[in-house]
Design a protein. Structure first.
Length: 142
């Protein structure tokens, strides 16, 4: 570390702060998987979705920013099992040549762009009633 003159008494930053962590995030918390306060919510959600998918990020289902917001607003729980079912549904739709599909589970609907493997939006059960799905060329029921 380069020596700097801070005031008249210190030659480097270590003399000023001692062994304390400068950014107040101790390494035990960082190693335990605790995210520092102030992390972007979208980043945290994406990390959780990636973790729950259990597959390679480059091949797994992604959620658009809009879909991420809807998941939170509608209180949809994305369990590892649901993520696996959604990924399997997208693979089936892709095998049939579908481009845009709606995937229904017992309580929710997920609108997915198959070529991009991206969830475009989500709906809870109550929002599906009397709703018309347009620009969809396939449906998968879980």
């Amino acid at each position: 570390m380069a020596d700097i003159k801070v005031g008249n008494n210190y030659q480097n930053i270590n003399q000023l702060v001692g062994n304390r962590s400068i950014n107040n995030v101790n390494t035990a918390n960082r190693n335990a998987g605790i995210t520092p306060i102030g992390a972007d919510f979208g980043t945290l959600l994406k990390e959780q979705l990636d973790k729950n998918s259990g597959i390679d990020k480059n091949r797994g289902l992604q959620f658009s920013k809009h879909a991420q917001e809807r998941v939170v607003q509608r209180g949809i729980e994305l369990t590892p099992e649901l993520m696996e079912e959604l990924n399997d549904a997208v693979k089936k739709a892709d095998a049939k040549g579908a481009k845009d599909v709606v995937i229904f589970d017992s309580m929710n609907a997920f609108i997915v762009n198959v070529p991009n493997k991206t969830v475009v939006t989500t709906m809870s059960g109550s929002e599906m009633r009397d709703n018309v799905f347009t620009n969809i060329d396939g449906a998968v029921i879980l």
